[in-house]
Design a binder for this molecule. Structure first.
Ligand code: SF4
Length: 366
């Protein structure tokens, strides 16, 4: 992962070469950019509300959206959602293989099945046959919380490690799909434990080259979840793994999309996200920096351009420390200074500084 320790240079390993898979109009895998995914948290049967949420996710930059399909009411909702949604819609199926068949019939762009809870081979065979006939990819979504019984027993008896159990589940399911001559596969191996998840993805990537949907599952609330997800995902990504990404949070799914951009942007894996630089504040701070930085973050929330914006607390160090920024503001005594690439270009009243920055940003974004 972290390479070249002698010279203290951290490098992201070359991306693992995976097969290309089509999901509606998107191609994932290969050398395509890592696509951002999220999941609706409203029952799919309530299609109007779900469509509304999908629109919000799309506006935030989400590229693939997953919905749960639990019963026939959800299938009816799914049909309407597929007709109206711009984004590729993935149907999340557990236990009932017939719901997978009905989702394919409804025109879903991808299926997610859990090898732990649809185990009868003849049922999987039917799903694969429907997916094959309709050119629908299948994600084999292995999850530690719902592994096959036999693997859980081995785990409980201490006969297998978590990551090897995850690997075994993913490999046996992919092997069966391959036996059925089906390779339109995406794989995920999620646990809520950061290191086990990282190891599981690493182990699987050595065995197969299917595109990987990456994520740490059930990471918790916005604050805790962001920390766990960032640590885990940055390690997986640093190994060159990952073709689609979801940051699972107990929060508004729009936050998941925002976080995914931030993680990919920080690792230089996506360039279509702004970077907000803000100083940590200290005794020299001369403006209400925390409030202003929060406002600037809101302005940048849906922006999909690679601009660097700085909010710095004092004129002495601010512009110099943020000379990398395309544009920035800093506080002086009762004044606000606007700077570009480290050079002060305008002096305004402190109360006007946010408005001035917003105007400049709007012009830059356009
Ligand atoms: Fe302190 Fe100024 Fe540095 Fe902000 S930019 S941390 S106010 S010295």
């Amino acid at each position: 992962m972290i390479q070249d320790m002698k010279s203290d240079i951290c490098l992201i390993k070359k991306r693992h070469k995976t097969r290309e898979i089509r999901i509606k109009d998107l191609t994932i895998g290969g050398s395509n950019i890592i696509r951002i995914q999220s999941m609706c948290n409203i029952k799919t049967a309530y299609f109007k509300k779900v469509l509304n949420q999908i629109k919000k996710l799309e506006n935030a930059g989400c590229e693939i959206v997953r919905v749960s399909v639990k019963d026939d009411d959800d299938i009816n909702g799914l049909k309407k959602i597929i007709k109206s949604a711009e984004l590729p819609v993935v149907a999340d199926i557990h236990f009932d293989y017939k719901l997978a068949l009905k989702s394919v019939e409804a025109g879903v762009s991808k299926l997610r099945i859990n090898p732990g809870n649809i185990t009868d081979k003849w049922k999987i065979k039917e799903i694969v046959s429907a997916a094959k006939n309709n050119d629908v990819p299948i994600r084999i979504g292995v999850n530690l919380g719902s592994l096959e019984k036999s693997l859980l027993q081995k785990l409980e008896a201490g006969k297998i490690s978590v990551e090897n159990a995850m690997l075994e589940s993913a490999l046996s399911e992919t092997a069966y799909l391959e036996e059925l001559d089906f390779k339109n596969i995406v794989v995920s191996l999620k646990t809520s434990d950061v290191l086990s998840t990282v190891k599981s993805y690493m182990l699987f990537s050595k065995k197969r080259n299917y595109p990987l949907h990456i994520g740490i599952t059930e990471t918790g609330t916005l604050r805790c979840g962001l920390i766990k997800s960032s640590i885990g995902l940055s390690q997986i990504l640093s190994y060159g793994l990952g073709d689609t990404i979801r940051v699972s949070l107990s929060a508004d799914p729009v936050e998941e999309v925002y976080a995914a951009y931030k993680i990919l942007g920080a690792l230089n894996l996506r360039k279509d996200t702004p970077d907000l630089i803000a100083c940590p504040t200290c005794g020299r701070t001369e403006i209400n920096l925390i409030k202003i930085a929060g406002e600037v973050e809101k302005i940048l929330f849906n922006v999909r351009k690679p601009i660097k914006v700085a909010v710095m607390g004092c004129a002495v160090n601010g512009p110099g420390e943020a000379r990398d920024a395309d544009i920035g503001i800093t506080g002086g005594k009762g004044v606000g200074l606007l700077f570009k690439k480290g050079k002060i270009v305008k002096k305004v009243k402190e109360s006007e500084i946010l408005g001035v920055l917003k105007k400049e940003l709007d012009a830059m974004i356009k």
